[in-house]
Design a binder for this molecule. Structure first.
Ligand code: ATP
Ligand code: MG
Length: 340
């Protein structure tokens, strides 16, 4: 029987498999190791992953993405209501008050249970559901050499995971063969998508004054702009010069263009970058360790590639951050290890 670990992300999913020689990350049909967390429904069938993501523009109302925050919640839940406006598909209350998506949907039970149901639907026997931070720490501890013995002072490591939707921080104590999670802290509403959103707002305002376009009135145009802004954000992680944003036939067959650079982006996102500090402070405080007791800060999650986010984490801990773990695969690998 094969043991596999899943990272079910807000934007991407990743699967790690235990093989006799160690842990391997599975690749999908496009040989990508991360698969978009998207499901698209047609009259007869459903598609998932890359194929579904490709349908976001053409089959907007029946392509469900960014649904991790909706699982098993009540329709009236404030976070569901807050999310509703930015989703291109419709949410509806189910008979039991939980939130549903208005197409064939299977999100009908509480958060954990709905993931377990999904596993069952896929024909999988779920051995254990883990939270992301524990999985990352476990993955680190198993491979790290030279950890202190059980009778010595532990090695204290902080883990910071910023994904598409959320920021999670944990402080852990390691001895050989032993892992203790000292504290965890979150900002469940601070992730890469919030940075994308800042760019979207900026270009919506610019296109309004430059082209008299009301981008927000068209769901499809908003989606395209959001996708382009995410690409732009990623490009800005490796380039500090001006980067152009061109979208052809954007609205009413008109092309649009704009530009952005890293310095301006950081100005737009100053409040988000500031907020990164809060869970970092909480995690360190709750772990009851001093900054100088922390011997490494490991970052994972795609959004920690934003230079200003990385710099903020480094500034808080007063040290360089390490990227020992694979930013995209650390969670899934930890899950696989847990059950190996
Ligand atoms: P979550 O952990 O919040 O549930 P997730 O696990 O799906 O979400 P990740 O796959 O860790 O999220 O990260 C995705 C985010 O990282 C997206 O916002 C993506 O745009 C961002 N990202 C990926 N690469 C880069 C890059 N080079 N520069 C900036 N952002 C990036
Ligand atoms: Mg994640």
């Amino acid at each position: 029987m094969a043991v596999v670990g899943f990272d079910v992300g807000f934007q991407n999913c990743c699967i790690a498999v235990v093989k006799s020689g160690g842990i391997e990350t599975a690749s999908n049909e496009f040989t990508d190791r991360c698969t978009p967390a998207v499901v698209s429904f047609n009259a007869k069938n459903r598609t998932i992953g890359n194929a579904a993501k490709n349908q976001m523009i053409t089959n907007t109302a029946s392509t469900v993405s960014h649904f991790k925050r909706l699982h098993g919640r009540l329709f009236q839940d404030h976070s569901v209501q807050a999310e509703k406006a930015s989703l291109p598909y419709d949410l509806v209350p189910l008979n039991d008050g939980k939130v549903g998506v208005k197409i064939p949907s299977f999100f009908t039970d509480s958060e954990r249970k709905s993931v377990l149901d999904a596993a069952k639907i896929a024909g999988l026997n779920c051995l254990k559901l883990m939270n992301d931070s524990t999985a990352v720490a476990l993955n680190y501890g198993i491979y790290k050499e030279g950890l202190p013995g059980c009778d010595e002072n532990p090695k204290i490591v902080a883990f910071v995971d910023m994904g598409h939707s959320a920021l999670q921080v944990s402080v852990c104590a390691f001895n050989k063969g032993k892992l203790k999670v000292l504290s965890t802290a979150f900002d469940p509403y601070l992730g890469g998508k919030d940075f994308d959103q800042k760019l979207v707002e900026y270009f919506c305002a610019e296109f309004k004054s430059k082209y008299k376009m009301d981008v927000k009135s068209k769901a499809r145009a908003m989606l395209r702009l959001t996708q382009e802004c995410e690409k732009l954000k990623k490009l800005m992680s490796s380039n500090s010069t001006d980067i152009l944003l061109n979208i052809e036939c954007f609205m009413d067959d008109k092309d649009v263009c704009g530009k952005m650079n890293r310095a301006k982006f950081e100005e737009l996102c100053a409040d988000l970058i500031e907020r990164v500090m809060v869970p970092l402070m909480t995690a360190v405080e709750q772990a009851q360790v001093r900054l100088q007791d922390i011997s490494a800060v490991e970052i994972v999650g795609g959004a920690t590639r934003i230079p200003a986010v990385k710099a903020q984490i480094s500034k808080f801990f007063k040290r360089d951050v390490s990227t020992t773990l694979n930013a995209d695969e650390a969670v899934a690998r930890g899950c696989a290890l847990q059950c190996a």
